[in-house]
Design a protein around this ligand. Structure first.
Ligand code: ATP
Length: 203
């Protein structure tokens, strides 16, 4: 399928919740976070290079990337983030294109948390779909889900594009300030539009 949607939103905005709803309607969903996890799981393709560049100390007992330790390090050492991304991003893109080749569905949805921050992702997709909610809602949901203190959630948000920057980059927006029921009609409408664009051969 040539038609593809890049689904993005800030941490805890509801990307996974919304992506699951599109998948249930017939979209093929490719989640870049899931791919990043696979690459950094025990025996993952990125592990050898992480060991070479960062050392054994960033690997857990299992052989997986020690995510908590790396997260902490990346916050304290600004160049570490770029070095880790230089390892992961090219591998993610390879796995994404492999998954896209094999995908079965009416059209493709790529879930990309930092899509708005990435020129190459914006160029890769036919449309950008932003899952939007108030920053206060994001903070509350992530604190609840991950048991993180408010300052840590806000620090993660500060390292991402702002709500306004994301909305400015959006072709389509899903309002996720309400409950799950409020998502249904929004997802239904967009799914009908995307399926029609895909059938029409839109790129
Ligand atoms: P992340 O960026 O951290 O991967 P995400 O954008 O994928 O997050 P979700 O995991 O879908 O967001 O949602 C974040 C949390 O908020 C989850 O615990 C989810 O169940 C909850 N949530 C999402 N949407 C709603 C909603 N409309 N009402 C109540 N809770 C919601």
């Amino acid at each position: 399928s040539w038609f593809s949607v890049g689904l993005t939103g800030g941490i805890g905005s509801g990307k996974t919740t919304v992506a699951d709803m599109f998948a249930a309607r017939g979209a093929a969903v490719i989640d870049t976070d899931q791919i990043a996890h696979q690459l950094t799981a025990p025996h993952g393709v990125a592990i050898a290079e992480i060991r070479t560049q960062f050392g054994e100390t960033f690997l857990a007992e299992s052989g997986a990337l020690d995510r908590a330790k790396m997260r902490e390090y990346v916050f304290s050492e600004p160049t570490a983030k770029a070095r880790l991304e230089a390892i992961l991003h090219p591998l993610i893109r390879i796995e994404v294109e492999r998954a896209a080749q094999q995908a079965q569905g009416e059209y493709l949805i790529f879930v990309v948390p930092l899509l708005v921050e990435s020129k190459s992702w914006k160029q890769r997709v036919s449309r950008v779909l932003v899952v939007d909610c108030l920053e206060e809602t994001q903070v509350r949901r992530v604190m609840t889900r991950n048991g993180l203190p408010e300052e840590q959630v806000r620090a993660i948000m500060a390292a991402q594009a702002s709500r306004l920057e994301r909305l400015a980059a959006a072709d389509d927006v899903i309002d996720n300030n309400g409950d799950a029921i409020a998502l249904v009609s929004q997802v239904d409408r967009l799914h009908r539009m995307y399926a029609a664009l895909a059938r029409a051969g839109t790129t």
